[in-house]
Design a binder for this molecule. Structure first.
Ligand SMILES: C[S@@+](CC[C@H](N)C(=O)[O-])C[C@H]1O[C@@H](n2cnc3c(N)ncnc32)[C@H](O)[C@@H]1O
Length: 257
């Protein structure tokens, strides 16, 4: 029945994306690289900078942090005074991130970050190794969201925190307005900025259309085992949501996850 639901939505569902469709989405994401920051700035009225700062401010100096789905490095380049690992499945995204992040870190006399080519659903890093994990505008693209959250939970240290920031969808009515925005104004802006009729944002709107609500993902975070789970819109415009969850200090042996 579930497969039927995904098939009816072109391979997309709130809990994940079929593998074939995910590869199409990845190719579209890679095609955004030259215009990624510019289109984001316009389509969010410059709020994306504010959201990134909001998320970044959760980290404390010296922390060991992981960004899952680092993309071209738009967030990671501004992580100051931290031991940073950037993870992304796209070699092209990682190479762009590495160039940007290393230029920024060198200008601050900081040691290089680490770069890992992988998907969130299978993180090739040890258990209990990060104080904080960030996901900015990448959670929406996971193939299997619960599996990705389980892997993030595994690599977090006990007491460590996950912060997700992604497109806002408080409920289905709010989602409907978001859908209209993504399919009209964003398309026009992307067309003007890229000067291309067939720009990659044409396909990217689909990942928002089939993305779940805040309540849906709060439930998922709790089911994975996160504590102190919060997930709400970021104001003033309510275009993004921020989720927070903490890995418990001590895990009850054999507790259901
Ligand atoms: C829109 S970009 C986000 C870039 C960046 N984090 C930012 O702050 O703007 C989404 C990124 O998520 C990555 N991604 C897609 N599926 C993923 C998955 N299953 N696991 C980890 N990253 C994924 C994509 O390759 C892409 O680079």
């Amino acid at each position: 029945m579930f497969m039927g639901k995904r098939a009816a939505t072109g391979g997309f569902a709130p809990d994940g994306i079929d593998e074939k469709e995910w590869h199409v989405l990845e190719a579209q994401l890679e095609a955004t690289i030259p215009n990624y920051d510019r289109v984001n700035r316009w389509m969010t009225f410059g709020q994306d900078k504010r959201w990134r700062r909001n998320v970044r401010n959760h980290a404390m100096a010296g922390m060991k942090v992981l960004e899952v789905g680092c993309g071209p490095g738009s967030f990671a380049e501004d992580l100051v005074g931290l031991d940073v690992t950037c993870l992304d499945p796209s070699p092209e995204m990682l190479a762009t991130a590495q160039r940007r992040v290393e230029a920024a870190r060198a200008s601050r006399n900081e040691p290089p970050a680490q770069y890992v080519e992988a998907i969130a659903e299978s993180i090739p890093l040890p258990d209990d190794s990060f104080d904080m994990v960030f996901c900015l505008f990448s959670f929406r693209d996971f193939q299997d969201k619960a599996r990705g959250l389980e892997e993030i939970f595994r690599v977090l240290k006990p007491g460590g925190q996950l912060i997700i920031c992604d497109a806002g969808k408080a409920n289905w009515l709010h989602g409907f307005f978001g859908y209209l925005w993504m399919n009209s104004v964003v398309q026009l802006m992307a067309r003007i900025i890229t000067k291309e009729k067939n720009h990659p944002w044409k396909g990217l709107a689909k990942s928002y259309t089939h993305y779940g609500t805040n309540g849906y993902y709060r439930k998922m975070l709790k089911a994975v085992g996160f504590q102190d789970v919060q997930g709400r819109l970021l104001w003033p415009l309510g275009m993004a949501s921020r989720f927070r969850g903490r890995k418990p200090e001590s895990l009850a042996r054999d507790a259901p996850r």
